[in-house]
Design a protein around this ligand. Structure first.
Ligand SMILES: NC(=O)c1ccc[n+]([C@@H]2O[C@H](COP(=O)([O-])OP(=O)(O)OC[C@H]3O[C@@H](n4cnc5c(N)ncnc54)[C@H](OP(=O)(O)O)[C@@H]3O)[C@@H](O)[C@H]2O)c1
Length: 429
């Protein structure tokens, strides 16, 4: 008879029910791997009367009282899968102070309060793991921290939000509008009734903050991530990008340059031959460039009951092994580096610009002069009449610094006959 390791779970929704299911379904393997019989003792919910998709067996107690998990000395590991920031933070801090190991899937919390929670975990000699917080079922955090520990990571580029990737796939392959794609995502349960966090890029920004911390050891604040979402993205940009040989994706990019980092999230045109361009529907992928390893990509389901629960339970297994070995309390990531931001003069990219201009002699010349003065060259130009008086002009620039581009765009704003509609970065292979 194996020793029992009792677990308390905070939350019994999509992920919580997945955790209960995986622990039951893969019981024998988990017991062999850890040497424990891992059993969920108590699950915290808001509403005891709610009909659950996954009913618990008689041995699991549902409760609405957090003390029944956080103050139960028999519970050695707490799994936080309830979401939110304030309450989850409070419960995790309490669990750590009580000497319990903690596993969480909460990206919002880890992005905003990760530092504080990691410190609390170390002070109390406890594990705090959060693999599921980025890209759900894709084991990317441990890959960065363990498998790429020897390398100097230069760039992390990710499609880390399944909702927007699903919507952009629908817009590209079925010519749907933004509104139609959003409605379909909501009907299929890929988008919430209030899709703000997804479509405005906030969810992806949380994940990029976490990836940056692990890949570069730098604690970037959410406010310092330049974020643009896909709200209201025009089918015109999706169609034109396709004609030019690109796919529009919501891309998170964290890049190191001379010991500084820049992190941003926004729609980007990916060359169709780029491995990330083939990441469709609700899938996620993280593309990492290392000084020695070169380019690697990690792909898979970014969310959902099964994939997310696998990451959570795998964290739980590692915590269990650490308990057995008496090695809890080592931070998930020990790599730390002073956080310094790359100045705009040192951030380089190609850009896709869609402009509306008065269709009269001299306007295009003015535009080229403005860009030339800022040092921004054009790689591709496309011009189409919009109506009798205006033309749509699409430009793909040469690689240019963000500062140069900003300078050119600031100047175009002063020209009433030129209007910038879209400004996305371009990623070549
Ligand atoms: N869903 C995914 O695919 C996915 C992927 C990666 C990460 N995550 C993260 O995992 C976490 C959970 O997500 P989810 O989709 O499973 O959420 P969910 O389906 O909404 O479930 C949340 C659960 O937590 C309980 N809960 C919420 N607030 C509570 C409170 N104050 N006190 C007690 N119980 C409370 C709810 O109780 P009731 O059932 O009684 O309402 C519910 O059982 C979030 O941090 C999310 O960002 C989710």
């Amino acid at each position: 008879m194996k020793e029992k390791l009792q677990v308390g779970v905070l939350g019994f929704g999509t992920v919580g029910s997945g955790v209960v299911h995986i622990l039951e379904e893969h019981k024998s393997k988990i017991s062999q791997v850890t040497g424990y019989e891992i059993a969920i003792k108590t699950v915290l919910v808001r509403d005891l009367e709610k009909k659950r998709r996954h009913e618990t067996t008689g041995s699991i107690k549902l409760t609405t009282d957090p003390d029944e998990v956080l103050e139960d000395p028999e519970i050695g590991v707490v799994v936080e899968v309830m979401g939110s920031i304030t309450t989850a933070r409070e419960y995790i801090l309490r669990a750590l102070k009580a000497g319990k190991q903690v596993v969480t899937a909460n990206k919002d919390l880890i992005a905003l309060h990760g530092d504080e929670l990691v410190t609390a975990a170390q002070e109390n000699q406890c594990d705090l793991f959060y693999e599921a917080s980025v890209a759900g079922g894709v084991p990317i955090l441990r890959t960065i921290v363990n498998s790429l520990a020897a390398d100097k990571i230069k760039k992390v580029m990710g499609i880390v939000n399944g909702t927007t990737n699903f919507m952009l796939t629908k817009m590209a392959t079925e010519q749907k509008t933004y509104e139609e794609a959003l409605l379909e995502a909501q009907n299929l349960g890929f988008a919430e009734a209030d899709p703000t966090n997804d479509v405005d890029g906030i969810d992806a920004a949380y994940k990029m903050v976490i990836l940056t911390r692990l890949a570069f050891g730098m604690n970037v604040r959410l406010d310092d991530v330049k974020v643009a979402g896909i709200r209201g993205i025009s089918p015109q940009d999706v169609v034109i990008s396709d004609q030019l040989g690109y796919q529009v994706k919501l891309v998170g990019l964290a890049e190191e340059r001379d010991e500084t980092v820049s992190v941003h999230v926004g729609p980007a045109l990916l060359a169709k031959a780029h491995p990330l361009a083939g990441v469709n529907h609700e899938n996620n992928a993280v593309f990492i460039t290392g000084a020695a390893v070169g380019e690697t990509m990690f792909y898979g389901p970014g969310a959902g009951k099964g994939p997310t629960a696998i990451s959570v339970v795998s964290d739980l297994i590692i915590a269990a092994k650490n308990i057995r070995l008496g090695t809890t309390g080592n931070a998930f990531n020990n790599f730390k580096h002073e956080t310094k931001y790359t100045p705009d003069e040192q951030i380089f990219s190609k850009y896709y610009l869609r402009l509306k201009m008065n269709d009269k002699t001299g306007t295009f010349l003015k535009l080229t002069q403005i860009f030339a003065e800022a040092g921004v060259g054009f790689d591709k130009i496309l011009q189409k009449p919009f109506d009798e008086y205006t033309a749509t002009v699409v430009i793909i620039t040469h690689v240019t610094s963000k500062a140069q581009l900003e300078k050119a765009l600031k100047r175009t704003k002063q020209e009433p006959e030129i209007k910038l509609i879209t400004n996305y970065s371009v990623v070549e292979v």
